[in-house]
Design a protein around this ligand. Structure first.
Ligand SMILES: NC(=O)c1ccc[n+]([C@@H]2O[C@H](COP(=O)([O-])OP(=O)(O)OC[C@H]3O[C@@H](n4cnc5c(N)ncnc54)[C@H](O)[C@@H]3O)[C@@H](O)[C@H]2O)c1
Length: 349
């Protein structure tokens, strides 16, 4: 009989099924609010983190990225891909999983699916930015690109910012129909629009979350009126943007981590000295967010490792006292730490 692994070998694993259960147990909107607050807490202590632009492996079809960070006590990384052509093959554009480890021992303490968690944390980060940058009293948002991220974006803006109406546009009407269906009963007024131009009409917040591996022009300069907050999340890779550069010339741009955003964000279209404000400085009150009613604010979101760190540490807390995880045998646990070969004999017939 092979010997069973000891406690040292086991770490909690959150499967997709358990993540879905956890989200419903907490409530989607509650989770989005709590995630927003957790991410904001970590943005407030930004300087405590190890930071590096994510490590990207590009191919013609997409990108695979590793996103590491640490606050000195806990280390986190996420594996994530971005393949816009996947959808046509019945596969997702973005999938992810991630891990937390204890810095003191290097032992993992959590392994989790992060496809759902990425959609939740991206929406929470967008909502955190909008809380500081959107025009006061904004009630209507537009979402251009109605794929996997869309509903999460809408619900986070509702729960955190108080949005009550969403105007949708996608080049594929089936994506918009899906989003309308999923948001029915959410309390949001939802309008399907026939163009991006129609969608942005009257919207105080405009979210672009399209997927296309090119310099796309989802928004033109003449579509962006004074006072609007732009939340651009789909331009997140070299050669992949959504906004005409003239918009960036009129906007005040806020970013996560400049060394990464200058490579991956909308601002890759601009000169190296194009001025940006780091969002964490706005969160701490060190830099101004929105200053007046006519200012165009742009959150040039690409997704940064600290947001995944926050999301994983939130999930780890929420798992306590629940059944929404399995213990998996992921660390070798020899009886004598030097006798790894001896441990191998446990599985001999
Ligand atoms: N910033 C971040 O932190 C972050 C996080 C997750 C995903 N993303 C990015 O957000 C984007 C959306 O992700 P997703 O998972 O929802 O992708 P998805 O493939 O599920 O959806 C993308 C949608 O965009 C639509 N689209 C493509 N071109 C369009 C155009 N010109 N006009 C209108 N609609 C158009 C597609 O029809 C599709 O429905 C991707 O580019 C992804 O890389 C960014």
């Amino acid at each position: 009989m092979p010997q069973a692994p000891s406690d040292k070998a086991l770490i909690p694993f959150v499967s997709v099924e358990n993540m879905m259960r956890l989200v419903h147990h907490v409530g989607v909107e509650t989770m989005l609010v709590e995630l927003t607050d957790t991410i904001e807490e970590d943005f407030r202590r930004w300087e405590a983190f190890d930071k590096t632009p994510r490590i990207a492996s590009h191919s013609r079809e997409g990108v695979i990225e590793l996103m590491p960070t640490s606050d000195g006590d806990i280390y986190a990384f996420k594996y994530v891909n971005g393949h816009p052509k996947n959808m046509a093959e019945g596969l997702q554009t973005v999938t992810a999983f991630g891990l937390l480890a204890e810095v003191a021992t290097g032992y993992p303490v959590l392994l989790a699916e992060m496809t759902l968690l990425t959609a939740l944390r991206t929406a929470a980060t967008s909502a955190m930015a909008a809380r500081h940058l959107a025009p006061k009293g904004a009630r209507t948002m537009a979402i251009i690109g109605n794929g996997a991220q869309a509903e999460f974006q809408a619900l986070a803006m509702k729960a955190v910012v108080g949005i009550d109406a969403v105007r949708l546009y996608d080049i594929d009407p089936r994506a918009t129909e899906k989003t309308v269906r999923n948001l029915a009963g959410s309390g949001l007024g939802v309008v399907a629009c026939s163009s991006a131009q129609a969608a942005v009409e009257g919207a105080g917040i405009v979210t672009t979350c399209t997927a296309d591996k090119q310099f796309a022009t989802i928004l033109n300069d003449n579509m962006v009126g004074a006072g609007v907050h732009l939340n651009a999340i789909g331009g997140d890779c070299p050669g992949k943007t959504e906004l005409h550069r003239d918009i960036l010339l009129r906007a005040d741009t806020f970013v996560e981590y400049p060394p990464q955003t200058r490579i991956e964000g909308e601002i890759q279209q601009m000169e190296a000295d194009y001025p940006v404000t780091e969002l964490w400085r706005v969160v701490t009150g060190e830099a101004a967010g929105r200053r007046d009613d006519r200012q165009i604010t742009l959150f040039d979101s690409v997704g940064f490792a600290i947001e995944d760190f926050s999301a994983l540490r939130y999930v780890r807390e929420k798992l306590k006292g629940t059944r929404f995880y399995q213990e998996i045998d992921i660390i070798a646990d020899p009886d004598d730490p030097r006798d790894l070969f001896g441990m191998l004999q446990r599985a001999r017939n």
